[in-house]
Design a protein around this ligand. Structure first.
Ligand SMILES: Nc1ncnc2c1ncn2[C@@H]1O[C@H](COP(=O)(O)OP(=O)(O)OP(=O)(O)O)[C@@H](O)[C@H]1O
Length: 315
């Protein structure tokens, strides 16, 4: 369990993390989501003692990271995959880490196999691709078989097979009862991996809830309706925060009224309905709505075609 209380980090006049309190529970995957510069990495660095809080505190299983006698066995973290000796082989890098904690070589071999690094284990880390570097970082995080696993952007640079592997790994670790805390800016990936989300924007927590709740709280109720008299239905539903968009000659998307109210109003006015489908907001929509005011670095507006191609996304 990770517990942060009133945690803050200031760099000169810049407040990177602003008085945040949260708990990350064991047995589930908790996603840490937020726009670029929101304070995710700084928070994670404070959890593992790489940065000192300006105020507040954070503990893992009741103790600050530095107070654990064998921290690698308690907390495994992937924070900066590039922070390794580039001249060493992956195997030697992991062996050196293991030696500081009395972890046997057999465990080094185990994590190399688990992370798919077998074929490149004897190669110099300097020549690794971004994805291989991520796998090595994850191998290092798992080395001490820790009860708490913290991964900062673990799927960054991984191919689709690697992304799926991280997803299964995170879920598997949580199913074993471990505390799993991972950050990502890929909402779609979070939707598939996390059970619970903590959303941060401009250094502050803006949501801390199970994923389904975040979606249902943020997503406006939208309903797709097919009717043979759309103009009459629009007229009788109008007002009271209800808006209707005509998508096809007989199809409307109605926001601000649930299916029950739409059906009742239609019946009262003798309007025939032949489809009534509640539409679930996606996590991405909920996230955009939540973080709308907290995005520090807005992309310039791009032409539709460029946006569709995915150019101009965050890192
Ligand atoms: N060493 C530092 N000195 C000064 N400012 C810093 C330092 N580290 C982080 N910051 C600032 O603190 C804020 C939070 O940064 P942080 O890296 O924690 O955000 P993040 O949510 O991890 O972002 P990203 O998704 O872009 O990695 C940013 O505005 C960043 O510029």
């Amino acid at each position: 369990m990770i517990e942060a209380q009133g945690l803050a980090k200031r760099y000169g006049s810049k407040t990177a993390v602003d008085n945040v309190s949260f708990t990350v529970h064991p047995g589930k995957v908790t996603g840490f989501l937020g726009p670029n510069g929101a304070g995710k990495s700084t928070t994670m660095r404070m959890i593992v003692g790489l940065d000192n809080p300006s105020s507040g505190n954070v503990t893992v299983n009741g103790r600050r990271y530095a107070e654990h006698r064998a921290p690698l066995r308690e907390v495994g973290a992937l924070l900066d995959a590039k922070a390794v000796h580039t001249k060493r082989s992956a195997y030697n890098h992991l062996r050196a880490m293991a030696a500081t904690h009395g972890i046997p070589n057999s465990r080094v071999k185990e994590v190399i196999e688990m992370t798919g690094l077998g074929p490149v284990a004897k190669k110099r880390v300097g020549g690794f691709s971004l994805g291989m570097g991520q796998r090595l970082g994850i191998a290092a995080a798992l080395l001490g078989d820790p009860h708490t696993v913290i991964l900062d952007e673990p799927v960054n640079g991984l191919d689709p097979e690697g992304v799926q592997w991280v997803r299964h790994l995170a879920k598997g670790l949580a199913a074993e009862g471990r505390t799993v805390f991972l950050s990502s800016h890929l909402m779609s990936e979070m939707a598939l991996t996390a059970d619970h989300l903590i959303v941060i924007g401009r250094g502050r927590i803006i949501a801390d809830a199970p994923i389904e709740q975040i979606i249902s709280d943020q997503g406006q109720v939208r309903t797709r309706v097919r009717t043979d008299n759309p103009s009459e239905l629009i007229r009788v539903l109008a007002g009271d925060g209800v808006t209707s968009k005509q998508l096809e000659p007989e199809m409307l998307e109605i926001t601000g009224a649930d299916s029950h109210r739409i059906a009742r109003t239609a019946l009262d006015h003798q309007v025939l309905l032949y489809e009534l489908t509640p539409l679930q907001a996606s996590l991405e929509e909920a996230y955009m709505q939540l973080t709308n005011d907290s995005v520090e670095y807005h992309s310039a507006d791009l032409p539709q075609a460029t946006q569709a191609a995915g150019v101009g996304e965050g890192k």
